[in-house]
Design a protein around this ligand. Structure first.
Ligand SMILES: [Zn+2]
Length: 308
């Protein structure tokens, strides 16, 4: 089961029981999943959705708010690659009642003022839009939720509503459809909270926490890498200086213990001071090697600039 389907199943059936909210949610669902046909001069409302949670929510809302009981059926939609589509067909008199109460005419968004005033209705509308037109990516693959709507007006309205709920969203046009998307971990988390999908929030937050730990680990590795490259470059510099010295025959005039270390460095450019110390006979501690290397470098510097 996809993450989106899981979220919808978690969300469905938990709607607010206030009349204002039920209507707001039905408005969003009707705008996205409702089809209007005119039969003998009267409108007939039919809901079609591929998501069973959305079908269930619509049935419950119609029953609670309008006392309408319909028997859903499903068809295989060839356009959706043979996927099952749930159909809820309302009787003509019921259709008129619902459309009248929801003030749905054409592509206009109804009840805008109320939705701006009431937080409860805002949430209900967004929940309806998500059930009927939304999808969400599994957080393990990325943070993204989107709504696919049929008009720029509806997309703009949803973006404004989401913004009022602290969920920054953007709009885009894809294959002639208007897409509203939320593309950032914090915002997706806020959206899931808004939808009342607490299990999904938990999953998302777990993924986010893990990825934060992973990022920290990466930063630590990068830090080690930086230290290592500093070390390497110090070794390279020493080897370069010793090489210049040996070309001038300087190694021969060096005290024996210094020359031994210099020769080791010359052929072990990348070795750490500890590693060099272990190669010496007898072995020498890191601080001992450090001290001796400093003298090698002084020797090399003097050989290059005899005046000093
Ligand atoms: Zn309300």
């Amino acid at each position: 089961m996809s993450f989106a389907v899981e979220v919808k199943q978690e969300v469905a059936g938990t709607f607010a029981h206030r009349v204002c909210c039920m209507e707001a949610e039905l408005q969003a669902i009707t705008a996205a999943a409702g089809n209007l046909s005119i039969v003998e001069g009267a409108p007939r409302l039919t809901y079609r959705t591929a998501n069973i949670a959305c079908a269930k929510e619509t049935l419950l809302l119609l029953k609670r708010r309008f006392g309408i009981v319909t028997t859903p059926y499903y068809v295989r939609n060839e356009r959706l690659g043979g996927r099952r589509e749930y159909v809820l067909q309302l009787a003509q008199e019921d259709s008129g009642r619902v459309l009248g109460a929801l003030q749905l005419t054409g592509g206009r968004v109804a009840g805008v003022g109320r939705m701006y005033r009431r937080v409860c209705c805002r949430r209900a509308f967004i929940r309806g839009a998500f059930l009927a037109a939304g999808t969400i990516t599994d957080p393990e693959r990325g943070y993204r939720a989107e709504f696919v709507l049929d008009s720029a007006e509806r997309a703009a309205f949803l973006i404004r509503l989401l913004a009022l709920c602290d969920v920054p969203a953007l709009g885009a046009v894809r294959r002639g459809q208007h897409v509203v998307y939320v593309g950032q971990g914090e915002a997706v988390s806020t959206l899931l909270r808004l939808l009342g999908a607490s299990r999904a929030v938990l999953h998302l937050e777990n993924v986010r926490a893990l990825s934060a730990v992973r990022q920290q680990a990466n930063r630590a590795t990068n830090f080690d890498q930086a230290n290592l490259s500093r070390q390497l470059s110090a070794g390279q510099q020493q080897a370069d200086a010793i090489e210049a010295l040996s070309l001038n025959g300087g190694l021969a005039s060096m005290p024996k213990d210094l020359a031994e270390l210099a020769r080791l460095r010359l052929v072990n450019r990348d070795a750490t001071l500890e590693q060099l110390g272990a190669m010496l006979n007898p072995p020498l501690s890191k601080s001992g090697v450090q001290h001796r290397m400093r003298r090698v470098m002084q020797f090399a510097a003097q050989a290059q600039n005899p005046a000093e």
